[in-house]
Design a protein around this ligand. Structure first.
Ligand code: SR1
Ligand code: MG
Length: 409
């Protein structure tokens, strides 16, 4: 019998004992351990345990039934199992790109994992307007390796079918159905957070636009039914830890078999937020210009490098002879690219008017600048959703951005 045989939500003081019990060899027996809760996400509690003498650390992530963002929202703690299983799989598919999982404890709903020392959360770094020239290359390696290699193009169909049963994730998918595909277009649960100065604009552009609703409905159905590959499911810049040489992609608790474009579109959308933050807040205008150019180039490179690497990996690894033609590959890729543009638009809009906004935009203290950014983002998002089939290369995103936003550079 131990203190950890039944689930309870830990406090800092419990966590060192927990680690000693679960991973007795991780720290030396005489180590002096301290613990800090460092989570700033919407869902879980993240503890860092440190050996005060050697500075060796470990991360302990515990899922609670009540969400941090809203105590009324309750979701299955099985998401911890899903996260630990996808991280273990992705460690093989994309070695070096995900933190190592030491153990998953299904009783306490805890993952013990590698601490991503020497890395910063990408959203935080981008809000300081730091540049990471290797990011586009790194994230496209991750995307191609995790998405293509869990799709029916490469993975034997029976293996994929069986694997998909491990990633049935109804509670977290429901959050996405509501927050990404439904509420931004009607505020049906009265949870949207809209800046007062743009409420008329939002009413007109989002709530009253029936042709937009028709396209969102098509994208929602694709999310619900297109079990294309094992996706991260929440790949925003808060799910990446970064330094100048390396990235870790973490926090894949929304994982399930869904459309590949969902992950790619999330990355692109969150890069756009960084530009608007810089334009509104960076006092060094030279730095701002350089940063915005860097982000636009990165958006373009993510798209183009994905296309190049995906095409190459497809040709080398396709395992079903029926899919082994250039015509089918082009058709398959073109669907992914159009989903990517559509999801970029959806993610941009939901983070601008929805319940789970992003700091990049919500922290802009100058109201006029924030509302200008929000209006541009809504126009960008709508155009991407409505014209998603036209987005076939990186430059298409850059051209659209330049036609909508006038930065004060
Ligand atoms: C209720 S959870 C709100 C959002 O936080 C997560 O990171 C997901 O993006 C989700 O939509
Ligand atoms: Mg998260």
């Amino acid at each position: 019998m131990s203190d950890f045989d039944n689930y309870f939500l830990m406090k800092c003081e419990n966590v060192p004992d927990y680690i000693r019990y679960k991973l007795p060899d991780y720290f030396s027996a005489n180590a002096v351990l301290s613990c800090r809760e460092i989570g700033d996400g919407n869902l879980n509690y993240i503890f860092r345990v440190t050996d005060e003498n050697t500075h060796k650390t470990i991360i302990v992530k515990q899922a609670a039934e009540e969400l941090r963002i809203s105590k009324e929202m309750k979701i299955s703690t099985d998401r911890g199992r899903i996260e630990s299983e996808i991280l273990t799989l992705q460690a093989k598919l994309a070695p070096g790109y995900v933190p190592k999982v030491f153990i998953y404890d299904s009783v306490m709903c805890v993952i013990c994992m590698e601490d991503m020392i020497g890395h910063t959360m990408m959203r935080t770094a981008l809000m300081e307007h730091d540049i990471f020239p290797k990011f586009a290359g790194q994230i496209t390696d991750y995307l191609v390796n995790t998405l293509l290699f869990t799709s029916d193009i490469v993975m034997p169909h029976k293996e994929k079918e069986l694997l998909s049963t491990r990633f049935v994730n109804p509670d977290l998918c429901e959050i996405t159905h509501d927050l990404v595909y439904t509420e931004p277009y009607n505020n049906c649960k009265n949870r949207n957070i809209v800046s007062p100065g743009i409420s008329g604009f939002v009413q007109h552009e989002l709530y009253n636009d029936r042709s937009l609703h028709f396209e969102v409905a098509k994208l929602k159905n694709a999310f619900l039914t297109n079990a294309q590959c094992l996706i991260h499911g929440d790949l925003h810049t808060g799910s990446v830890f970064i330094n100048k040489d390396h990235i870790y992609v973490f926090d894949p608790e929304f994982a399930f078999f869904g459309p590949a474009g969902y992950d790619i579109g999330n990355i692109i959308a969150n890069l756009f937020f960084a530009i608007f933050n810089a334009d509104a807040t960076e006092t060094d205008r030279e730095k701002c210009k350089e940063f915005c150019e860097y982000i636009l180039n990165t958006i373009s490179d993510v798209t183009d490098l994905f296309i190049i690497k995906f095409t190459d990996a497809y040709k080398k690894n396709v395992s079903d002879m029926v899919f082994d033609t250039n015509e089918y590959m082009d058709h398959y890729l073109s669907d992914i690219l159009s989903d990517t543009a559509g999801v970029t638009g959806l993610e941009i809009i939901r983070r601008t008017v929805g319940m789970a906004g992003v700091k990049d935009i919500r922290s802009i203290s100058d109201t006029a600048k924030r509302e200008y950014a929000e209006k541009c983002l809504i126009k960008l998002g709508k155009y991407l959703i409505m014209n998603r089939k036209d987005f076939k290369s990186g430059k298409d995103y850059v051209v659209l951005f330049n036609s909508i936003a006038e930065l004060s550079l």
